[in-house]
Ligand binder design. Structure first.
Ligand code: UDP
Length: 316
């Protein structure tokens, strides 16, 4: 019998990133408890794990308290794509805030280390480029992205106050655009939208003129970063940016998708959504120095794996 390394809770464990994290923790010898309410995730992402005796899944909404015994908490649960988090904005803020309070309460009672996935959205439409962790951001507090941006900012506040007030072992990372297999085909994200459009022969929808930039991190690199953060010393609280500094315009991404899929379905230009950040690129100096982490998978290579995944999904 293998001796487990410990009990890890992954909230949002059936999501795109959460399911990859469950895979990795199981491979590393953890007992994994996956908690999800399937609001923006799918059971398909974890179907391959259900027979694993070290894996357990619980349908639960983190806005309600959770009583379990664990050693480490990876708190990911929150809809993260604009179309998902804007569908029920009040619930998004509740998920970010009440969800964090509940998971921090759980960490306080059990003494577990707790890591949360915050977001580059805390920087809003940034006036500092690339974004360093000490930049306080430029967020519209009443716009359509605020439920997520301000919800996540409040969540960070809660993490640091629980740390200062109750000595909790906290880890806060800020994720920049992440992509890869198991992204939801309909979640409206730019990578999944462009790939699915090309593979189904529908025009690629560019919002605005496509000159806004994003920096895309392949999911395997991100998972390495999450694990490195959890395993860092207790003095490392973050916030730490996790992302790939390779910066591309949305038009460049469209061109790369057309090239790699071998399909040019044409481009449809649509209005830019409200408060859409014009530029985004992580400064990852802190992650490199503190965690010895940096991404290794370039957009071309990651996109090839993502296209292969979506070809499989669409063929089903
Ligand atoms: N975008 C686009 N076409 C799409 C989906 C998104 O041009 O079909 C743009 C969007 O306006 C934004 C960028 O791509 O500037 C990234 O959008 P996404 O929703 O993936 O993530 P965000 O970084 O905005 O949260």
């Amino acid at each position: 019998m293998t001796i487990a390394k410990g009990r890890a809770l992954v909230t949002g464990g059936a999501g795109f990133i959460g399911s990859h994290l469950c895979d990795r923790l199981l491979a590393d010898g953890y007992n994994v408890l996956c908690v999800d309410n399937y609001y923006s995730s799918t059971k398909d992402n974890i179907a391959h794990l259900l027979e694993n005796p070290h894996f357990e899944v619980l349908r639960h909404d983190v806005t309600f308290p959770l009583y379990v015994e664990v050693d480490e908490i990876y708190h990911l649960a929150c809809p993260a794509s604009p179309i998902h988090y804007q569908r029920d904005p009040v619930q998004t803020t509740k998920t970010a805030v009440h969800g964090s309070i509940n998971m921090l309460g759980l960490a306080k009672r059990t003494g577990a280390k707790i890591l949360t996935t915050s977001t580059s959205e805390v920087y809003g439409d940034p006036q500092v480029h690339p974004q360093t962790e000490d930049y306080w951001g430029n967020v519209n507090p009443i716009g359509s992205r605020a439920c997520y941006d301000e919800g996540k900012r409040a969540a960070e506040t809660l993490f640091f106050d629980y740390h200062r007030q109750h000595n909790l072992k906290i880890k806060v990372v800020r994720l920049f655009n992440t992509y890869g297999p198991r992204m939801h085909p309909n979640d409206g994200r730019v990578v999944s939208n462009f790939v699915v459009s090309a593979l189904t022969g529908k025009p690629i929808t560019i919002y605005g003129e496509g000159q806004q930039t994003r920096s895309f991190c392949y999911v395997d690199d991100l998972i390495d970063g999450l694990i490195a953060m959890m395993n860092s010393g207790d003095e490392v609280t973050g916030p730490i940016n996790l992302g790939n500094p390779g910066e591309f315009t949305i038009a460049e991404l469209a061109a790369e998708v057309i090239l790699q899929t071998g399909v040019d379905p044409g481009i449809e230009y649509l209005p830019l959504p409200q408060d859409d950040p014009t530029r985004r690129q992580p400064d990852i100096t802190r992650a490199k120095q503190t965690l010895g982490w940096e991404p290794t998978i370039e957009l071309k290579a990651g996109l090839a794996k993502t296209i292969e995944y979506f070809r499989g999904v669409l063929a089903r």
